[in-house]
Design a protein around this ligand. Structure first.
Ligand code: GLA
Ligand code: ZN
Length: 676
């Protein structure tokens, strides 16, 4: 449970009263109450206001904001404001400003703009966090701490360069180890002294904004180092806060599939994960669901906070579509269905000027409550009040896990060959989607997750094998688990050094095959996955593309082979018995139909059944608590659809009505069903 003080799904969002005056504040409270809002995230971008100069801290307006909200029963998620530094600080202390990828020193401007290794930033950010915690430690309004905001971006300044060398020394101890790890004998890059190492950017080893590098070793380490550096700044603030309020949860808002940070490392340092969900109008709903699972996976299934979503429109996309009527409610429940214990918006009141004035808000520019968006927010507020504490802190308990690794994604991006078309995220999503379409719960897990609770583990394109991972996977299969991996897996270690002796390296014994070559063709060129004999739900031919491993079966059984080209007849799907379990290898990137039928086969073999059968576009997810199963039925179609319950009776927690057997759900509607 997040807090005993407010034992329900928290409802609210980012609130920036510093952009408004007293008249508006009064109206804000009235409208918040009307909408059922009980939580405001405040002080997110107010550093310049609180600290007007070197020595002055002025909390007057923040005091007033928090008191004013609390008088009306509205709690706060209190931010530390350190995501954008004051202009005076940037002027007086140039070290706080970042140096960009091209090596240019930034001027003041923007946000998420501080160098994480700047002595000025470290000093003043931790000081501010400490002062805030000290001041508000006993304020009954404070439910959670929101450190900084959407940590992002890398810096390439001299402070970072020095700190990078220190980080490297700690990791490698001796320069020879580093030379080995980075394979610096290539192009004569041998280092004799730590000081010879410079940051990898547009001036040294990388190009195209860091999408390409000459040396994967240094580039991977720099990403780890920058992710760690930002994480250290988070920890610094967190520790200041913890000194004063050890029991109030501390979080920072993450961004799902955002590429620059290794969120599995970050999740371990937070009391609760929170994240900002901004799908586009055409983002597959399965992709959003997958991202929720990923955020839930960062702390092993613990519920998370939905820190931000827009009530309607965004402003930073090319075309900022309105959320259609009912969609905000639907997507809010989708987040809850996958583990959110809060529903929060960016933003509560739409700002008047600057870059986010066309971003959706609970209170729009017209200023009153008679709007479509406000009414939808209000309706959801009423529903969440009625739900009370029933759902919160419940778990998913999936039997299927899909591995996702942010560092693996870096490594694939930077690999330089075999194909620019390989999209790690999409390969993972294809597998996820097949389970999603069948209403089978899935956990998204990192490489160090405990596998004992799963029947089936799938690791698409596990290019980078981290130390110990292959052994854990082998132990899992030995004890009876089913494992699936694909082409371009097991190729390199953590330093992007190839594991010699045949691909897929450390996974070779487990999958019982070896790959001799990897063909890469322009993605419109297809090969076929041909089944001479049916295997489960798989039969006939399927298309595959992009990468084609040319594999030899060692111990594995061949289930399907390539349909053409000079490797026609070579295996493309294999199955290996290993201990009590089974390991499959998919040697190319298949079309979705193959994965759908393959997943159906895996489900039969592992006795996995859908939560419910439903029409297309009707999502079913589950959360469980104290012996109760809450089935979420979400209709992503505009029109009515069907789903099929057992004959026993179920009650819909939202409206109180009952369902059994063949049932109907209106377009965009949501039900939370519990067996009577
Ligand atoms: C992010 C930020 C917010 C705001 C929204 C707009 O999530 O955290 O401050 O800029 O985007 O979508
Ligand atoms: Zn820097």
């Amino acid at each position: 449970m997040l807090s005993k003080k407010l034992n329900k799904i928290w409802y609210g969002g980012d609130y920036n009263p510093e952009q408004w005056d007293e008249e508006v504040w009064k109206e804000d409270n009235r409208l918040f109450k009307l909408a059922g809002i009980d939580l405001a995230s405040v002080n997110i971008f107010a550093w310049a206001l609180i600290q007007p100069n070197e020595t002055t801290y002025d909390f007057t307006s923040l005091d007033q904001t928090i008191d004013r909200l609390y008088q009306d029963g509205i709690y706060v998620c209190l931010a530390t404001s350190t995501a954008a530094h004051p202009a005076w600080m940037a002027k007086r202390y140039p070290d706080i400003r970042r140096v960009d990828f091209e090596g240019r020193k930034r001027k003041f401007g923007g946000r998420h703009n501080s160098c994480p290794n700047s002595p000025t930033y470290l000093k003043y950010a931790s000081q501010l966090a400490g002062k805030l915690a000290e001041r508000y430690k006993d304020h009954p309004a404070v439910l959670a701490w929101h450190v900084s905001n959407e940590y992002s971006g890398y810096c390439y300044c001299d402070h970072c360069e020095k700190a990078f060398r220190v980080w490297l020394k700690k990791k490698y101890a001796r320069i020879e180890h580093l030379n080995q790890a980075w394979n610096t004998a290539f192009w004569g890059h041998t280092f004799y002294d730590w000081d010879e190492i410079v940051v990898p950017n547009g001036l040294s080893e990388e190009w195209e904004n860091g999408n390409n590098t000459n040396f994967q070793g240094i580039s991977l380490d720099y990403r780890r180092f920058q992710s760690d550096s930002l994480l250290e700044t988070f920890k610094l603030e967190r520790d200041q806060i913890k000194k004063h309020t050890p029991d109030i949860p501390v979080t920072t808002n993450l961004m799902g599939l955002y590429p620059e940070l290794d969120y599995f490392k970050w999740g371990k340092e937070m009391d609760v994960v929170s994240w900002d969900n901004y799908p586009q109008i055409d983002t597959p709903v399965s992709k959003t669901a997958m991202t929720h699972e990923l955020m839930r996976g960062l702390r092993n299934g613990q519920p998370f906070m939905l820190m931000e979503q827009t009530p309607s429109q965004q402003n930073w996309q090319a075309y900022n579509a309105l959320k259609r009527p009912g969609v905000m409610r639907l997507w809010s429940y989708q987040a809850i269905a996958h583990g959110a214990d809060t529903v929060q918006f960016f933003q509560l009141r739409r700002s008047r000027g600057a870059t986010e004035k066309y971003h959706g808000a609970v209170i729009e520019h017209v200023g009153h409550e008679h709007t479509r968006v406000f009414n939808e927010v209000k309706q959801l507020g009423e529903e969440l009040q009625l739900l009370g504490d029933q759902i919160i802190d419940s778990r998913t308990n999936a039997k299927v896990a899909i591995v996702f690794d942010y560092e693996n994604r870096w490594a694939i991006q930077l690999s330089s060959g075999p194909s620019v078309a390989l999209d790690y995220e999409e390969e993972v999503h294809k597998y996820y989607r097949a389970f999603y379409d069948r209403n089978v719960p899935v956990d998204m897990i990192g490489v160090d997750a405990d596998l004992s609770q799963y029947d089936l583990v799938i690791a698409p394109v596990l290019y980078m094998m981290k130390a110990g991972h292959a052994d854990r996977l082998k132990a899992f299969v030995k004890q009876g688990g089913t494992f699936v991996t694909t082409f371009f897996s097991g190729i390199v270690d953590e330093n992007d050094l190839v594991t010699l002796g045949g691909y897929p390296g450390e996974l070779r014994e487990l999958v019982g095959i070896w790959a001799e070559e990897i063909d890469a063709l322009e993605p419109s060129i297809k090969n076929q996955i041909v089944f001479n004999e049916d295997y489960g739900h798989l039969s006939g031919e399927y298309q595959c593309s992009t990468l084609f491993d040319l594999i030899h079966a060692e111990h594995a059984e061949v289930l399907a082979s390539y349909g053409k080209d000079f490797y026609q007849g070579m295996p493309v799907l294999t199955k290996n018995k290993f201990g009590q379990g089974t390991a499959y290898y998919v040697a190319s990137s298949p079309e979705q139909d193959f994965i759908t039928d393959f997943v159906a086969t895996l489900m039969t073999e592992n006795k996995l059944t859908p939560l419910l059968d439903s029409d297309q576009g009707v999502e079913v997810a589950v959360r469980e608590k104290e012996g109760k199963r809450y089935l979420f039925v979400l209709n992503h179609n505009h029109t009515e659809a069907k789903f099929y319950l057992p004959e026993t009776s179920y009650r819909n927690l939202i409206k109180g009505n009952e369902y059994h057997g063949e049932s109907r759900i209106a377009g965009h509607d949501v039900l939370i069903l519990v067996e009577k």
